[in-house]
Write a protein that binds this ligand. Sequence first.
Ligand code: SAH
Length: 257
Amino acid sequence: MSHEPGGSDDARARASVGGPGGAKPPGLKIDIVTIFPRMVEGPLQEGIVARAVTRGLLDIRVHDLRAFTTDRHRVVDDVPFGGGPGMVLKPEPLFAAVEAVRAQRGSPSAVILTSPDGEKLTHDVAARFSGMDHLVILCGRYEGVDERVREHLATDTISIGDYVVSGGELPALVIVDAVARLVPGVVGDEASVAGDTFASGGLLDYPQYTRPADFRGMTVPPVLLSGHHAEIEKWRREQALARTRLHRPDLLKEREQ
Ligand code: SAH
């Protein structure tokens, strides 16, 4: 993967995280637009997402927003109209980036703006995106993004939670990972995804243990060593319910509705 500054077409799609192009039918296409490409490229090269890319289930490209500026200094931000602190990402490079993606890779199914005031990312939201063909994710920075991007470019505005991080890069990675897990074949064992917290009818996961059965006198619940599958299932279900009742009673209320 090259890291030279952008400018050419090649540099625009500077970081094809995807495997050798063209050989396999494209899986879910994802284009991430950011002023810090390296911040997202690294994490995409590890673990489940990286394996999915190698296997052609995901086709992810990272684009440097500065490559879509037209001025000599490659300026992506400007002061807010009306005054106030900080800088705002300008609309032109973001529109140009999405237009270039459209020209290179076809019309995206969704253009996702990352923003703390967006729709909260949940299992259901991730599932909705996992059924699409092509996502573009726009990473904000500074005080945020010119509102015209949200109004006229983005199809969805997504928040990863009620806190503010410094840029859309980590939120983009969270979205990619949560969505990727729900693309068929990405996680080796489908049962493991179906049983995950929030996927399994809104219950938190039951506690997990592995060997050794006795670690410094801290022992594993005997039922798990019993070999009685029905008993184990019953125990897990009780634990999941108890945990949910304790930590997330709101999820139980949702189930009742
Ligand atoms: N001034 C803004 C915060 C800007 S943070 C406000 O008060 O709402 C800069 C960028 O980080 C945002 O444009 C967005 O892209 C990203 N970001 C920060 N927190 C986020 C969150 N919880 N979810 C998604 N994106 C977030």
